[in-house]
Design a protein around this ligand. Sequence first.
Ligand SMILES: Nc1c(NC[C@H](O)[C@H](O)[C@H](O)CO)[nH]c(=O)[nH]c1=O
Ligand SMILES: CC(=O)[C@@H](O)COP(=O)(O)O
Length: 230
Amino acid sequence: MAAASSTCVSSTILHRLNNNTSSLLLSSTTTSRHRSSSLSLYSRNTSSIVQFSSKGLAKPSIEKKKSPVQTEAVKQLTGIVTKAEGFRFAIVVARFNEIVTRPLMEGALDTFKKYSVSEEDIDVFWVPGTFEIGLLAQKLGQSGKYHGIVCIGAVIRGDTTHYDAVANTTASGVLSAGLNSGVPCIFGVLTCEDMDQALNRAGGKVGNKGSEAALTAIEMASIFEHHLKA
Ligand SMILES: Nc1c(NC[C@H](O)[C@H](O)[C@H](O)CO)[nH]c(=O)[nH]c1=O
Ligand SMILES: CC(=O)[C@@H](O)COP(=O)(O)O
C-alpha cells in the first residue's frame, strides 16, 4: 500500500478510533519506498501498540507496563504522632446535638492527652451549630496560635433538605478554613441519617470520630512541623 493511501486509510481508522476511544497518538512510519507504511497507534492509556499495515490490523503487542522502580533515593515522609508534645490545638465544637458532640469532643481530648499534648495547649471553643464552625476555624488558624484545628459537629437528617445545606457547606467551610489559613483544619463532623448512626460514632460500636480527628490533627501538625519548616 502506497504511503499516501495508507496514511489516508490510517487517518480514517484513526478518526473512527478517536470517536470511540480516548486519546490516541498517531505516528506513521514508512519503512521503505517499496514496503507498505506501517501505522502505529499509541494509546496513552496503556502501553499497547496497535500496528496497522497493508495486510490489515496486526496482533497488538502488549508491553507489560513497568511498575515505577522504588529506590532508596525516594523519600517517604509521614507525620510522627509520638512527638506531639509542644503542639497547640484548638477544638471547635457545635452545641447543636450536644448529646453527640460532647462525647466526640471528649474523645478528641482523650486522644490528645494520650499522645502527650498538654492540657494547657488545648483550647475548646463552643459554637451554636455546625454551620458556624468554618468561620471560627479559619480565624483560629490565622491567629498563628495553633498547630491544628479539630472541627466537631453532628448533622442529623430531619424532614427537610436543610441537612444537605448544613452538611455540604460545613465541609466546604472546614476545607476553606484550612486552605485559607494554612493550618490543618480537620473535619470531625458527623453527617448521619439518624441519631443511632451518630451515637454509634461518638463512642459507640463504630468508635469515636472525634478521637480519630484528633489523631489526624497530630499527624498533620507533625508533617507541617517536621517536614515543611525551612
Ligand atoms: N440541623 C443541624 C444544625 N442546624 C443549625 C446550623 O448549624 C446553624 O447553627 C444554623 O443554621 C444557624 O446558622 N446544626 C448542626 O450542628 N446539626 C444539625 O443537625
Ligand atoms: C440538619 C438539620 O438542619 C435538621 O436537623 C433540621 O431538621 P428539619 O429538616 O426537620 O427541619
